[in-house]
Design a protein around this ligand. Structure first.
Ligand code: TXA
Ligand code: MG
Length: 317
């Protein structure tokens, strides 16, 4: 079992971490959405170790992170819609699922053998620096044990994966706080996962509404009903706390809550605080306690927030 190093993002440190990645090592790094668990996307061994460290079911495809759109075009086929979304939202919290090019060099484990690949250009300066120095594609799911809350700070990564991965780069708290929005462009444009880019903004850029995923397309863990689960049970749309519950508020109407996503009712702030608040509430609830969350509107980033909350509250399998 490796000793997990927690490192500052200095130029020397990043060069060492890129070397580690070249030999199949695993490095958790900050992105603007959540911390990712990175490994060389061309290496079957590195990718297999990502699944192993997370305890993740092996058939699920991973997102490939790249430094720029030119690197993305070398791996997948871009049509006009893909170019329009890339121009409007990259670098940033948008993942595009596109037809995979033959000879991409990616491990089949990354795509789970599908004819498509999920690509993302993160905006976080530390992620960008690491990708530049490494000079290749990094497969990176969120850096948490499968089924648990995604990490938005280096300390969250250490809590969940310490002793299971080689290193974590500490880049502070993630500004967006929920995972990237995933849009599938294999056929009709489909919203595969709500996330850091609001659906309304994507539809404006495309000039078209996004369709829901096709029946049977939903196989990935982030799309399973029970996911992002804290230890304590979660009750949604709570307008007050019951005895035993730690209440997470949203907006001025829940000013008495133990924790708040945003006192002012700001959805951007709420997304940034979501996963840390769930962890804090879990800790405060303790054994036998429960978590209650105030209602959050289903607009803009509220859609991604409610998606994650519904999964946190879903019956556990
Ligand atoms: O914000 C994020 O996207 C974070 C940070 C680290 O970048 N990453 C992340 O990756 O959330 P991950 O591996 O947890 O999400 C992978 C998701 C799967 O749940 C699946 O929905 C989708 O990406 N996916 C990947 N490849 C796909 C494909 N070929 N077709 C459809 N969906 C795919
Ligand atoms: Mg995840």
């Amino acid at each position: 079992m490796p000793v997990t190093q927690c490192l500052a993002p200095t130029p020397d440190g990043l060069a060492q971490l890129a070397d580690l990645l070249r030999t199949g090592g695993l490095v958790a790094f900050p992105t603007e959405t959540v911390y990712g668990l990175g490994g060389d996307a061309r290496s079957d061994l590195a990718v297999a170790q990502i699944f192993e460290a997370k305890g993740r079911p092996r058939f699920n495809p991973l997102i490939v992170h790249l430094p720029d759109a030119a690197a993305a075009r070398a791996l997948a086929v871009f049509d006009g819609r893909a170019e329009a979304l890339a121009a409007a939202f990259w670098p940033g919290p948008l993942t595009l699922v596109l037809p995979l090019r033959a000879g991409s060099g990616l491990s089949d484990l990354v795509t789970a053998g599908l004819p498509t690949v999920a690509l993302r250009i993160p905006a976080h300066p530390v992620a960008r620096a690491l990708l530049q120095v490494f000079g290749g594609p990094l497969a990176a799911p969120s850096a948490n044990p499968s089924g648990r809350i995604s990490p938005t700070r280096a300390a969250h990564v250490m809590e969940g994966l310490g002793g299971r991965i080689d290193a974590v780069i500490d880049g502070g708290a993630c500004a967006v706080g929920v995972e990237s929005t995933i849009v599938g462009l294999e056929g009709a444009a489909r919203l595969l996962r709500p996330g850091g880019v609001p659906v309304e903004a994507l539809e404006t850029a495309l000039g078209l509404p996004l369709l829901p995923p096709e029946a049977g397309q939903i196989t990935a863990p982030g799309q399973l009903a029970a996911h992002y689960a804290p230890g304590a049970p979660v009750r949604l749309d709570a307008v007050a706390a019951r005895p035993n519950e730690v209440w997470i508020g949203f907006g001025p109407q829940s000013a008495g809550a133990a924790l708040t996503l945003s006192e002012a009712g700001d959805l951007v702030e709420a997304a940034a605080r979501l996963f840390h608040s769930l962890r804090e509430a879990d800790r405060l609830a303790g054994p036998g306690g429960a978590i209650a969350v105030a209602p959050v509107p289903e607009t803009g980033l509220g859609r991604a927030i409610n998606d994650r909350l519904r999964r946190a509250a879903a019956p556990r399998g």
